[in-house]
Write a protein that binds this ligand. Structure first.
Ligand code: ADP
Length: 672
């Protein structure tokens, strides 16, 4: 067995690999960039080697530096994790040339799956079912269009070199074809330096179901069942689960055997994932094979009781697979939710920030948290904004789902926007509970997931108001108890808890912001044997009672009793109820006046991105609305304009520099 391995990665996956290696008695070497000098994975490893600047190209993607670090520290093997160099055939070959074991498949297998069209040709020959389509070498427009016309619309154009959903276009009819093809080719050439296209039948409501396979170098191959990853945003997974709901033993066996066929066809070794589209009629089609450990591998570990990283290391060391097919069984149900620093309400754009407070739910037999960050760490522009993976397990899907919503409601993160509220809404909405899964899930249930319908606001507003009043009273009570020695006077009217005003008589008026809209809510407090609150918004009146204890709110609305878990960060309140997350804040007092807000408004970076161009000289006079600079983020350009007549005193960033979302971009002086 290896004495020492190097982990060519960062974040949660580096930490996760290190944990297993240590359990197996193997020493570990981490690598790190400038940005990760104090990162968790560095502190967990026995040794750590600095390999360059923060941008991945200059560190984690630099194969020579990684291999050099392994040679210098005497690591006998490299675990690549996922992303970065994990599916890079040249890196795999370079490891082998240096006598270092690559903990992953052989070079040939990576190469075979590197191109989606070449992969499909191999799979076709091996008898693995493919989505009907064209993946030939002749790329003339006429041939591609004929292929599309013949299979019937809608079709999906895909970049052969594609990944991450780039270079994909849906085409709904023949008239749209030429233009869509040109756009997909442009995007693909831009992203991958190659514009070879394939045309596939576009399945309108498929599920994404993938099979975990494992092969050793001694001719053994097994499948560790399936994962359903249908819930996606921007063609990227958000919540995964295993086993796939509604799976029959026959279908599982058929998909498992097809996946093994795919792996055997390319002489696979190690952990691999064969991705399929599963149509509603039960037909399934090969999509691609990922020749590495997947982000979502923990759900498979939870239902099989196996450690896949341990399997990877043992197989790479030449051992047989630890178990045969007949020894593997599914136990219970597992979910994984990916916690991202991102703004779900703003098209899921990634955000940055410092994790000023972080408290994950308590881990145990049912809850696992895989993370690579600690409180105080920064989510920077350089890497993937995933903060953690929350994995839960229980005996069946319903119970596991209860674990998931509870754990999400207990996750506390301040300092950056996260998708926790969105995940909570997803996990608690009825169609998800009923497992009505397909890849269009988020679009289809948008209103429910974002709770922005009139019906939701009617019920969410009074709850928000009740919470704010109870919280205010708790704070006042605390102050009264703490008021200083001689001046202590719990009977002072200033310390009263019932919104006492000498003239207004127990009335609170709250300005609450829900979904970017400000609402005025009046709360009248009626003190009797029990305190009641009449909560009024427009014509609607709710008679409420409530108790706030710790992070638990118990409410009674017109006789209907329910409870919610409360989380607050950065002035934003989230109330997690059985129906979803209610997210709101108290409107900030308008101190600056409208004019000031207007002039300050557009001069902050709208998101993390790169400065593309400064359009005027510092010092030059500009008119209101003139374009001042262009930023780019996620391939979208944003123009920042002059908020008023005036001049730019100075720009804080030069073209090409990275900018954090929310950062001030320039100093502006408006004319008097
Ligand atoms: P990438 O490698 O860019 O991630 P994939 O080929 O893995 O692209 O596809 C990503 C997602 O796109 C799938 O999970 C699925 O949701 C959707 N998709 C891919 N092919 C099809 C198809 N033929 N019909 C419908 N949806 C598809």
């Amino acid at each position: 067995m290896f004495e020492k391995i190097l982990i060519a990665n960062r974040g949660e996956i580096a930490c996760r690999v290190i944990r297993t290696a240590h359990r197996m008695g193997i020493r570990t070497v981490a690598v790190y960039s400038d940005a990760d000098r104090d990162a968790l994975h560095v502190s967990m490893a026995d040794e750590a080697v600095h390999i360059g600047a923060a941008p991945s190209r200059e560190s984690y993607l630099d194969a020579d530096k990684v291999i050099d670090a392994a040679l210098r520290t005497g690591a006998q093997a490299i675990h690549p994790g996922y992303g970065f160099l994990s599916e890079n055939a040249a890196f795999c070959r370079a490891c082998r040339d240096q006598g270092i074991t690559f903990i992953g498949p052989p070079v040939g297998a990576i190469e075979a799956m590197g191109s989606k069209s070449a992969a499909k040709t191999i799979m076709e020959a091996a008898g693995v079912p493919l989505v009907p389509g064209y993946h030939g070498a002749d790329q003339s427009v006429v041939i591609l269009r004929e292929a599309a016309d013949a299979m019937g619309y809608p079709v999906l154009l895909k970049a052969a070199a594609g990944g991450g959903g780039k270079g994909m276009r849906q085409v709904w009819n023949g008239a749209e074809f030429d233009e869509a093809l040109a756009a997909a080719k442009r995007e693909s050439l831009n992203a991958f330096g190659d514009d070879t296209m394939l045309v596939e039948k576009y399945l309108t409501r498929p599920r994404h179901v993938e099979i975990q396979v494992f092969c050793d170098g001694n001719g053994n191959a097994v499948y560790l069942f399936e994962r359903d990853c249908s819930v996606q945003r921007r063609h990227q997974k958000v919540i995964e689960e295993a086993p796939a709901p509604g799976m029959t033993p026959e279908l599982r066996e058929a998909m498992g055997q097809a996946a093994i066929k795919a792996a055997v066809a390319i002489d696979y070794e190690g952990a691999g994932t064969v991705e399929f589209l599963l149509d509603h009629d039960g037909a399934f089609y090969f999509m691609e094979m990922n020749t590495r450990l997947q982000v979502e591998h923990p759900v498979t570990e939870m239902i099989t009781g196996q450690d896949l990283v341990e399997w990877q290391i043992r197989v790479a060391d030449g051992e047989d697979l630890p178990l045969a097919q007949g020894e593997l069984a599914i136990r219970g149900h597992a979910f994984e939710a990916r916690i991202y620093a991102e703004d779900a309400e703003n098209d899921f754009l990634p955000v940055t920030g410092t994790l000023s407070f972080m408290q994950p739910p308590t881990a145990g037999a049912h809850v696992r948290v895989d993370t690579g960050v600690r409180q105080g760490d920064e989510v920077s522009v350089f890497y993937d904004p995933m903060i953690a993976k929350l994995i839960v397990w229980d005996e069946d899907r319903d119970k596991a789902l209860n674990r998931l919503t509870r754990a999400l409601s207990e996750y506390r993160i301040s300092g950056t926007t996260t998708n926790i509220d969105f995940l909570y809404n997803l996990a608690s909405c009825a169609p998800f509970r009923r497992a009505e899964l397909d890849t269009g899930f988020i679009d289809k249930h948008h209103a429910e997931l974002f709770r922005d319908t009139a019906r939701d606001i009617e019920s969410d507003l009074p709850l928000a108001a009740l919470y704010l009043v109870l919280r205010q009273q708790r704070t006042t009570a605390l102050h009264a108890r703490r008021s200083d020695g001689d001046h202590r006077d719990p009977t002072s009217p200033w310390n009263l808890n019932n919104a006492w005003r000498s003239v207004t008589d127990n009335l609170h008026t709250l300005e609450i912001v829900l979904h970017d809209t400000q609402y005025t809510v009046a709360v009248e407090q009626q003190c009797g044997a029990t305190t009641r609150y009449l909560i009024r918004h427009g014509d609607r009146v709710v008679c409420a009672q409530g108790v706030l204890e710790g992070s638990r709110l118990r409410a009674d609305f017109d006789g209907y009793q329910f409870s919610a878990t409360v989380a607050e960060h950065d002035g934003l309140c989230s109330l997690y109820t059985a129906g979803g997350a209610v997210v709101f804040r108290l409107a900030e007092p308008d101190l600056g006046g409208a004019d000031q807000a207007d002039t300050g408004g557009g001069l902050l970076a709208p998101m993390n991105g790169t400065m593309v161009a400064l359009l005027v000289e510092a010092g030059a006079a500009v008119k209101q609305g003139d374009a001042l600079l262009v930023m780019e983020a996620m391939k979208m350009e944003h123009t920042i304009r002059a908020p008023a007549d005036g001049r730019v005193v100075s720009f804080y960033y030069a073209a090409g520099e990275l900018v954090d979302g929310g950062a001030e971009l320039l100093e502006f002086s408006a004319d008097e």
